[in-house]
Design a protein around this ligand. Structure first.
Ligand code: ADP
Length: 483
């Protein structure tokens, strides 16, 4: 049965230079039903080149707009996203699979970046600085970096876009966006609303198609000054290497491998709630998902019992059905990875507590799973599972768990639960991660800088820090003044 709940926001063409173009060639699949719901264009290098040229041509005009005009356009976009919240969320669930309640939450979250940067546009400040000579005056201007190429993943089809596009627009940049092939429809719907909000032709371009070919144009076209990317560490490294020749800036948000630490003195119920929020949001497909759950020996068994009960209670199904908390995974490759991580852990001596196999619903559904007896040499300890597997490691001391938590190339998010204030400070300061949550499993907010250290990335998105990626400083000195 056709789903009409998102018909009002459905757009299947791409936006280049203010024109909607391209025939539907590439299928978009609803992962819950396994049905093709739309086709989008398969564009390549030629269209990417035109899109960058269009963004380049639009740059001076958009940058010269009074800042309050840019802010008004952003605000209008925010209002339209919120006015179309239900249809956007329905579309998001249809192409991505997350439960409708989470999709609504993501639309609100995505919109919050547009709202925030509509306001922040008015606070992109330069500086007046002391001049080196008496007859001179000096200042620092903060100017848009130029054309921004944005490449986004499928796990947050709306928020990963607005988190980059809104600050770019606020800064006076123009954009070419390439959304993930799994979830292009939310991107195209957002672009439609941006156009209606008054984003001028060429300022925001969206193309779907051949990712490597489009990516190569982003790297080789001299007018692209920043490549903003959220996705896998492998592709992030490829982009960073490729950006070197053109000395382009790269803003990368890459994979995580988040530790989630429960100390003996933690509020166990709060910690279980935290794990469920962190681990099982989006079926475990977020880069800040708890990936290694460390539980201190004194509370280990009690914690596992409560966690297993909470995990068994999670309702799995089509994200559109009432009360569903776990939808399908994005594709079979994701299912294979979770399955492989479970099998590897069990082979190496871990114990299955609940779940552990493909769900009876079939398709890409997987049972929410808990295993205990995890060790550092198991696959689920070394790389992101990106699925509904909660692997529990037992530990004895704070020093031991701190070393284990930091023993990773990734450095995105970390969590710990304790009621000891001194330990809280020790952990906050010593965990080598870009974001740390104490006594909470939820971190993200448009008000805070999101980003990682080590191989998890080099950028911050959200808050006033998020403007830095999209702007450049220019030092200007006025000499020979008669003062
Ligand atoms: P995932 O494995 O989660 O899909 P990817 O890093 O492969 O993560 O994908 C994230 C985004 O990067 C998607 O939009 C994808 O199309 C894009 N992408 C993948 N390969 C390349 C590439 N070689 N150049 C540019 N973009 C790419």
């Amino acid at each position: 049965m056709a789903d009409t709940s998102y018909a009002s926001v459905l757009e299947t063409r791409c936006l280049v230079a203010g024109a909607w173009e391209g025939a539907g060639e590439t299928p978009v699949t609803d992962p819950a039903r396994g049905e093709v719901i739309a086709h989008v264009p398969h564009l390549g290098a030629e269209a990417a080149g035109r899109a960058v040229d269009a963004a380049s041509a639009a740059l001076d005009g958009w940058g010269a707009e009074p800042v309050k005009a840019r802010a008004r356009v952003l605000r209008a976009w925010y209002d339209l996203v919120m006015a179309n919240r239900d249809a956007l969320a329905a579309l998001l669930t249809a192409e991505q699979g997350k439960p409708l309640a989470e999709a609504l939450g993501e639309i609100d979250y995505a919109a919050s970046y547009i709202e925030f940067y509509a306001e922040e546009a008015k606070r992109i400040l330069g500086e007046v600085i002391p001049a080196a000579a008496g007859n001179a005056r000096a200042m620092v201007l903060r100017q848009p970096i130029g054309v921004v190429a944005v490449i986004t993943p499928w796990n947050f089809p709306a928020a990963m876009i607005t988190r980059k596009v809104a600050p770019a627009l606020a800064s006076g940049c123009t954009i070419v966006l390439k959304p993930a092939p799994e979830t292009p429809l939310t991107a195209l719907a957002l672009a439609r609303l941006a156009e209606r909000a008054g984003v001028p032709a060429g300022v925001l371009n969206v193309i779907t198609g051949d990712a490597p070919a489009i990516g190569d144009v982003f790297l080789s076209h001299p007018d692209v000054r920043l490549v903003g990317f959220t996705g896998s560490t492998a592709v992030g490294k490829h982009l960073m290497r490729g950006a070197a020749d053109g000395m382009k800036r790269v803003a990368l948000e890459l994979g995580g491998n988040a530790p989630f630490i429960v100390f003996d003195d933690a509020d166990l119920d709060a910690a279980v709630t935290g794990v469920i929020a962190s681990k099982f949001r989006n079926m475990g497909q977020t880069c800040v998902c708890a990936n290694r759950i460390y539980v201190q020996a004194g509370v280990h068994d009690a914690f596992v019992e409560r966690l297993a009960a909470a995990v068994r209670a999670l309702k799995v199904g089509d994200g559109r059905a009432p009360g569903v908390q776990q939808g399908p995974l994005i594709n079979m490759a994701a299912v294979d990875k979770v399955e492989a991580h479970v099998a590897d852990a069990l082979e190496k001596g871990a114990t299955l507590v609940t779940g552990g196999k493909r769900h009876a619903l079939g398709g890409t559904f997987f049972e929410p799973t808990v295993v205990t007896g995890m060790r550092a040499d198991m696959q689920a300890a070394c790389s992101e599972t990106f699925g509904p597997l909660a692997p529990v490691f037992a530990f004895e001391s704070e020093a031991e768990v701190l070393a284990a938590a930091n023993n990773s190339d990734a450095g995105l998010a970390a969590y710990f639960f304790t009621r000891d204030l001194s330990r809280t400070y020790r952990m906050l300061e010593r965990l080598q991660f870009g974001m740390v949550g104490c006594n909470t499993g939820v971190l993200s907010s448009e008000l805070a800088p999101f980003g990682g250290v080590k191989q998890s990335g080099n950028a911050r998105e959200g808050s006033h820090h998020g403007i830095a990626e999209f702007t450049e400083l220019k030092y200007a000195v006025l000499g020979g003044l008669e003062l």
